[in-house]
Ligand binder design. Structure first.
Ligand SMILES: NC(=O)c1ccc[n+]([C@@H]2O[C@H](COP(=O)([O-])OP(=O)(O)OC[C@H]3O[C@@H](n4cnc5c(N)ncnc54)[C@H](OP(=O)(O)O)[C@@H]3O)[C@@H](O)[C@H]2O)c1
Length: 323
């Protein structure tokens, strides 16, 4: 049984994913959520992470802390991406084992799958081919996280579950046009173009690749669902899962169509210019979500609705966004 008084340690509560999970946990009535700012607990410090988990003894741990970024950041800071992600997840997962944590959620990403995968990408294609080179260090860290959870489940009987979300967007995202992912980068670019009355906005590539997007509040609901914390939750059998579960919307959209929707959402009246000198990246990237759908969870936020609410959030938080 899960009780609203159960102690839940949420790592990374200030990030896009962490803040959405925190809000949902509070909305569901959870009263004992342990959150600490980075200056009080640097998750890179193994001794401090282990000491915290041993003294606080949370029943559940959710890891929404990681070093995250777009292509530019991944390509330019590969050492930071592999070192920080491996260290944070090792500290939390091993610390959770030492502190007898009952359930843990580890979050990976769809970049764990091979670059030239057949689409949609199901869970079992993991480790069947070469990764995309620009974010390989990040992807290797995430794969190590899955394997670590799997190994702790197998050797120590833990119940550590890994979820692989598709591209996420929503409030508290990183809107830096250089470091951000596609949706926040476009929202901010179109917004600035509208404010500065520019005639056009440049988008990298041909606009032809297709991508899948999921609102962060949908991911938060999947995390609680898989943990068994939502009323309608899939009743996990008592045996821990052995691998990972994809979390996506199941829908893909062409980048050019996405740009047109965002232009409308923002109210930019100029032109979109596709810079075909810049690379397109992989033509399609869609997760196969049939496993989580069979478990009874599916996404509920339509892309256009999610874009409108994210843009509203951006406009209300322009002074404090990461940009
Ligand atoms: N964004 C996406 O599109 C996406 C897609 C798939 C999967 N995911 C996964 O979802 C998870 C969360 O991503 P996100 O987009 O929410 O990232 P985010 O907004 O950058 O948030 C990351 C959080 O981790 C914290 N953190 C990083 N290093 C830390 C450290 N050394 N000590 C303490 N806290 C630390 C950050 O703290 P500060 O606030 O102090 O910086 C921040 O709160 C990650 O595992 C990511 O791989 C994200």
């Amino acid at each position: 049984m899960i009780y609203l008084e159960d102690k839940i340690f949420l790592a990374g509560h200030k990030g896009m994913v962490g803040s959405s999970i925190l809000k949902l946990l509070k909305d569901q009535g959870f009263k004992n959520i342990l959150i600490l700012p980075r200056k009080e607990l640097d998750l890179l410090n193994r001794a401090n992470v282990e000491a915290l988990l041993k003294s606080e003894k949370p029943r559940i741990v959710i890891t929404a802390a990681a070093k995250v970024g777009g292509i530019y950041a991944n390509d330019n800071f590969p050492a930071e991406f592999i070192h920080e992600n491996l260290t944070i997840q090792n500290n939390i997962i091993h610390g959770a084992y030492l502190a007898n944590v009952e359930k843990l959620i580890f979050l990976g990403s769809s970049c764990i799958y091979p670059k030239l995968s057949s689409q949609p990408m199901s869970e079992d294609i993991l480790l069947s081919g070469q990764l995309e080179p620009t974010n390989e260090p990040y992807a290797i860290a995430k794969i190590a996280g899955i394997k670590m959870c799997e190994s702790y489940n197998r050797q120590y009987g833990c119940d550590f579950r890994s979820l692989m979300p598709t591209n996420l967007y929503g409030p508290n995202d990183n809107f830096d046009t250089k470091n951000a992912h596609v949706i926040p980068a476009m929202l901010y670019k179109f917004h600035n173009a509208k404010i500065n009355k520019l005639k056009s906005v440049e988008i990298w590539g041909t606009g032809k690749p297709k991508r899948e997007f999921l609102h962060v509040d949908d991911l938060a609901s999947a995390v609680l669902y898989i943990l068994g914390l939502e009323k309608e939750s899939y009743q996990m059998n008592t045996k821990p899962m052995t691998s990972h579960i994809n979390v996506g919307s199941g829908n893909e959209i062409m980048i050019s169509e996405l740009a047109e929707i965002i232009m409308d959402v923002v109210g930019f009246k100029g032109e979109i210019l596709f810079n075909t000198e810049m690379p397109d990246g992989t033509p399609r990237k869609l997760l196969d979500t049939s496993l989580i759908n069979k478990m009874g969870w599916r996404s509920s936020i339509e892309l256009e609705d999610g874009l409108h609410s994210t843009y509203d959030w951006l406009c209300s938080n322009l002074e404090s966004i990461r940009s």
